[in-house]
Design a protein around this ligand. Structure first.
Ligand code: ADP
Length: 612
């Protein structure tokens, strides 16, 4: 056997293999595209096998048979055109023209007497087959440019195969009409081209799984790269739209993801705009794929799902692949891919869809786990806070309460023993002081609870901060500390006066409380950058830098305060922050341990003040 014969044998064997492959696929998924492929390679395989048998047995077939074989070969590029049409739209004019030429060519093949056909006729037929094949090759190439992933690669391979086939036909047709040595040379070139076309078509129409996976890899990698960070997006809806974008980019089609909602027992889809739509399991393609837990493909959605036929028609949906998104036993949702035309390669598209759905399952499942962990953490946190709260509140209420009870019992015993004795004023004053502390603690607790609901402050009215600071400071002067006030001009804003007073009292009381050496405390009020500013400065114990960020949190106390020396629950600054923030302002502290602290407050000024 010569090398050329081997090449011919090889290409012919490939045609037969492709025919068997696409034939089986057609039986499994009888779509128009699969039918066209089967017919195309069926003709090629038939011609090849028929010739081999005839040569081997030395049979000369009757003329009608040869004519039929020729007619079938002439029909090949037309079937290719139909394949192009299965994937993209071929203009009507081109289709009708190709059909007319086809009928004319086939009719003439029967009419003209055999066995040798007139050279002009042969050249015309060759021109028709090659021309139409070139056109198809070009259209496949264009479709490949628009497609993504595996489909793109397969389109490219088919486009190449089709162009090589056209060249093969040209070489064979022209060579047949020439004399030696051109005849042999062109025949040899034709055979090599034929083999190259067969290999390209094989890769395009029946790629081995390993190649398919390699072609899928880039699309998947891209999808995975995006998927890695998705579970941390703020909402499931954000994740779903990102997944949809990724799936659309990987498949070159429209992608929608429905997420199973356990509360309503439906699959929920969020369209890019508008209200979500809910689908019951078993309804439409999405519901059916979800219920049956298998990928569904339809090249005629309007026929296969009459209930939604109008929607498919108006949205120009020509093909659907619906794949369940499932993690282990857990049914999470469904991925639906929509295309204007049925993808030629429904099987590999369904494979890709399955891979994407698996990835989506991982992302959605991680999201569910993160949500679950957050809920558990929140519950633990709430429990911890409640425990903290109870122990802090119980502890802080207990101390003054013990004093009040003990002092009151002591006075009671004294009065019982000697009813005429003069009243014990210092003892009564202690009861009053401790009862006031108790009352202040309970007020703080109530305020903290109000703050949780964001309703700490109420009606606003113009308040002059300078006047308010002076009033609060003069009340505080009674203590061991001197409070210096420095007010720069009128600083007026619309505030809840009572709460701002509470804020100032808290800050000045803290400054006094945490400055045991009776050092002076100064309070400044001024305007800066269109804001009202207050600063309360002391030269007390200071706050460790590591504690500064959290002293405004609930029940938070700095590590340098000794509970026995400085009473407190750690609610004062928390309430201060609530008051300031409800007014749209900011509060922060600067401090140096052992040197003192400054608490800053910035509040919005009233409108007319800010303009000045
Ligand atoms: P409390 O005074 O009841 O502990 P606060 O919320 O008012 O609660 O203050 C929280 C913590 O911030 C205090 O425990 C203390 O550690 C620290 N702190 C507040 N003000 C000052 C200050 N002027 N100087 C030093 N530390 C302070």
């Amino acid at each position: 056997m010569t090398a050329l014969e081997l090449i011919t044998l090889l290409s012919q064997a490939i045609y037969v293999v492709i025919f068997l492959f696409v034939g089986v696929r057609y039986l499994r998924a009888p779509t128009p595209a699969h039918l066209d492929m089967t017919v195309f390679f069926g003709i090629l395989a038939f011609v090849v096998v028929e010739q081999r048998i005839a040569t081997a047995l030395g049979i000369v077939p009757p003329e009608w048979f040869t004519d039929t074989v020729i007619a079938a070969v002439i029909a090949l590029p037309y079937i290719l055109l139909r394949l192009v049409d299965d994937f993209t739209a071929v203009p009507r004019g081109v289709k009708r023209g190709a059909e007319l030429l086809l009928i004319a060519s086939i009719a003439s093949a029967y009419v003209l007497p055999g066995p040798t056909l007139p050279p002009l006729y042969v050249l015309l037929i060759v021109g028709y087959i090659a021309g139409l094949s070139f056109y198809c090759g070009f259209r496949f190439f264009r479709a490949g440019l628009r497609a993504q992933g595996v489909t793109k690669r397969r389109m490219q391979a088919i486009s190449l195969g089709t162009v090589l086939f056209a060249l093969d036909i040209l070489a064979a047709g022209i060579g047949g009409q020439m004399s030696e040595p051109w005849k042999t040379l062109l025949a040899a070139i034709g055979q090599v081209l034929g083999l190259a076309a067969a290999v390209s078509w094989f890769l395009g129409f029946a790629p081995p799984p390993i190649l398919r996976r390699a072609w899928q890899a880039p699309a998947l990698r891209q999808f995975l790269a995006r998927a890695a960070n998705l579970p941390r997006l703020p909402t499931t809806r954000d994740i779903v739209s990102e997944l949809e974008r990724g799936a659309a980019a990987a498949t070159g089609s429209e992608a929608r993801i429905g997420v199973w909602d356990d509360d309503i027992l439906k699959i929920r889809f969020w369209p890019p705009s508008g209200e979500p739509t809910d689908v019951e399991p078993g309804r439409y393609f999405s519901g059916r794929a979800f219920e049956q837990q298998k990928t569904l493909f339809s090249a005629q959605p309007a026929r296969d799902d009459p209930e939604a036929a109008d929607t498919y028609r108006s949205a120009n949906v020509g093909a659907i692949i619906a794949t369940p998104i499932t993690a282990g036993e857990k049914r999470l949702g469904v991925l639906v891919l929509y295309a204007v035309r049925p993808p030629i390669f429904a099987v590999s598209d369904a494979e890709l869809s399955q891979l994407l759905a698996d990835q989506a399952a991982v992302v959605l499942e991680s999201r569910a786990l993160i949500d679950h962990a957050a809920r558990v953490r929140a519950r633990e946190e709430a429990t911890r806070l409640k425990e903290d709260f109870l122990s802090a509140a119980a502890h802080d209420l207990k101390t003054p309460l013990t004093t009040v009870v003990a002092q009151a019992q002591f006075l009671e015993r004294k009065a019982t023993r000697d009813p005429s004795a003069p009243s014990d004023l210092p003892g009564l004053q202690r009861i009053v002081r401790e009862a006031q502390r108790l009352s202040a603690l309970v007020t703080d607790l109530l305020d903290a609870a109000r703050m949780e609901q964001g309703r700490l402050t109420s009606d606003r009215e113009p308040v002059d901060l300078g006047a308010l600071v002076s009033a609060v400071a003069s009340r505080q002067r009674a203590g061991a500390h001197t409070v210096e006030v420095d007010v720069k001009g009128a600083v007026v804003g619309n505030y809840d006066g009572r709460r701002i007073e509470q804020l100032l009292e808290n800050l000045i009381e803290n400054a006094n409380k945490y400055s045991p050496n009776a050092t002076p405390v100064s309070v400044g009020v001024w305007q800066q950058d269109g804001e009202a500013r207050i600063a309360v400065q002391d030269r007390g114990i200071g706050i460790p830098a590591s504690d500064l960020p959290r002293i405004f949190e609930r029940f938070s106390r700095a590590s340098n305060v000794d509970d026995r020396r400085f009473h407190g629950m750690g609610l004062g600054l928390y309430i201060c922050r609530g008051i300031v923030e409800e007014h749209g302002g900011r509060i922060w502290a600067e401090s140096e341990i052992g040197k003192g602290s400054t608490f800053h407050v910035a509040l919005p000024l009233s409108e007319e003040r800010r303009l000045n």
